[in-house]
Design a binder for this molecule. Structure first.
Ligand code: CA
Length: 223
């Protein structure tokens, strides 16, 4: 049976977009547009992940997050309207697992959902992978050696790492990196990947972790 993602979002278009992408990724979805109904839906549908908008009618996402956290460890990804809001929410220590800002790429949200599930369901798989990321420093670590990455390189690696072995197309990667739909060519991604590979191979005994799949895109592969 498909795992359910509970989407609490009052903007119908955003909710629909998220639901579509989640379904394409094999999840069942439940959409709630009223804050007051979120807790009830959570109990009824037993979702594997909650995508929770902050600004909602009748009860805001912060209260809902606290309520759910009081009774469950389900991964919660908060959806915020502004980047500055993330800092404020972090300060409140609501117990959310991740934050995404509008406007977001729905594919990135799917990647975050998968990442959060991997972290929580498989007893911290991230710990077992030879590659670790530090989001606060934009560094990657392999064999206790660190590489400093640019923001774009870090984001690319984060996406690849969200599902190692999965082949990500250049278009998808571009979509995730440039939310503002800037016109960038495939080569931009290729050149970022090239630099990223170089940095990673330096800390991985000269071995390449990123594989290019001819004509398709890239994936991570650990020996
Ligand atoms: Ca809203």
């Amino acid at each position: 049976m498909a795992q359910t993602v509970l989407i609490v979002e009052d903007e119908a278009k955003v909710a629909e977009l998220l639901a579509d992408y989640m379904q394409q990724s094999g999840f069942a979805t439940v959409v709630i547009n009223d804050g007051a109904l979120a807790k009830q839906a959570f109990i009824r549908d037993q979702p594997c992940v909650v995508l929770l908008d902050v600004m909602l009618p009748n009860r805001d996402g912060m209260e809902i997050c606290k309520e759910i956290r009081a009774c469950s460890n389900v991964p919660i990804i908060m959806i915020t309207a502004r980047v500055e809001e993330v800092d404020r929410l972090l300060g409140l220590d609501l117990g959310a697992d991740d934050y995404v800002c509008k406007p977001f790429s729905p594919r990135e949200v799917v990647a975050r959902v998968k990442a959060v599930l991997r972290r929580t369901q498989n007893g911290n798989t991230a710990e077992q992978l030879p590659l670790k990321l530090d989001e606060t420093r934009y560094t990657a670590e392999v064999n206790s050696q660190q590489a400093e990455l640019t923001v774009v390189e870090f984001k690319l690696l984060q996406i690849l790492l969200s599902d190692p072995g999965h082949i990500y197309s250049r278009i998808l990667l571009m979509d995730c990196i440039y939310d503002d739909h800037r016109i960038v060519s495939d080569r931009t991604i290729d050149s970022h990947i090239k630099k990223l590979r170089k940095k990673l191979s330096v800390i991985n005994n000269g071995e390449d972790i990123i594989r290019s799949v001819y004509g398709v895109g890239y994936k991570l592969e650990f020996a």
